[in-house]
Ligand binder design. Structure first.
Ligand code: AKG
Ligand code: FE2
Length: 215
């Protein structure tokens, strides 16, 4: 059997749910987990340095006419950086999803006034760019996101359908399934990276796909 036949593209939620300290947000609408102190402040600081050193304006999959929809900056983490590889491996071990299903790890940086308005992480099946974005790797499945710092004000991640806002806390990991149990896209996962009011916000984002993904 080839690696792609043995490797799992499924999140092992039974194992994830048993990780010491992990909380499952109590809602029937989506699977969302919170794990505080996943990274140490020292580890977070190293990733903040990497993001500061190499960033570009963030983009969105289906431009919607709102040029202020996602105003942050993005860093594509280098796949040849041993600290990036190590974090990728830790995330993969946590989820059970094999490395080959992961997109390039990214960092996001929000200065005062910057945000990512309410969106879902899956590609809109009706969107104009759906084929382009899903030809390699297929649809997005899980999102793993880590807050690398705590801005002085603002910058929460708000899941409006489930009525939950999550505050940035250094080293805190969020993990959610962008799909329903039947595998369809789950609109209840809509979330808003809210405006930073004071300070700067840094996060790591790691998205997984249905099929192997590569650059
Ligand atoms: O910054 C946040 O709180 C959310 C980021 C996000 O939703 C994304 O990058 O897809
Ligand atoms: Fe998102």
């Amino acid at each position: 059997m080839s690696d792609s036949e043995t490797a799992s593209n499924q999140c092992n939620t039974a194992a994830l749910g048993k990780v010491p300290g992990i909380q499952k947000v109590p809602t029937p609408r989506m699977e969302l987990y919170i794990l505080r102190n996943f990274l140490t402040p020292e580890e977070c600081a190293r990733f903040v340095e990497k993001i500061d050193a190499d960033r570009r304006p963030s983009t969105i999959a289906d431009p919607n006419g709102d040029n202020y929809f996602r105003t942050s900056e993005t860093c594509d983490m280098r796949a040849d950086d041993p600290e990036v590889v190590a974090l990728d491996e830790r995330l993969s071990a946590l989820s059970g999803i094999d490395l080959q299903f992961g997109e390039t790890m990214q960092g996001q940086r929000y200065a005062v006034g910057q945000e990512f308005k309410a969106h879902t992480d899956y590609f809109e099946p009706q969107g104009q760019d759906f084929t382009r974005y899903t030809t390699v790797g297929g649809q997005r499945t899980w999102t793993f996101m880590i807050y690398l710092n705590e801005p002085e004000a603002g910058g929460a991640t708000r899941f409006k359908t489930i009525g939950k806002s999550i505050q940035p806390e250094i080293g805190k990991l969020l993990a959610w399934n962008n799909r329903r149990p039947d595998g369809s896209c789950n609109p209840a996962t809509i979330h808003h990276g809210m405006k930073v009011r004071e300070g700067t916000k840094y996060v790591i984002t790691k998205w997984y796909r249905e099929r192997p993904w590569r650059l």
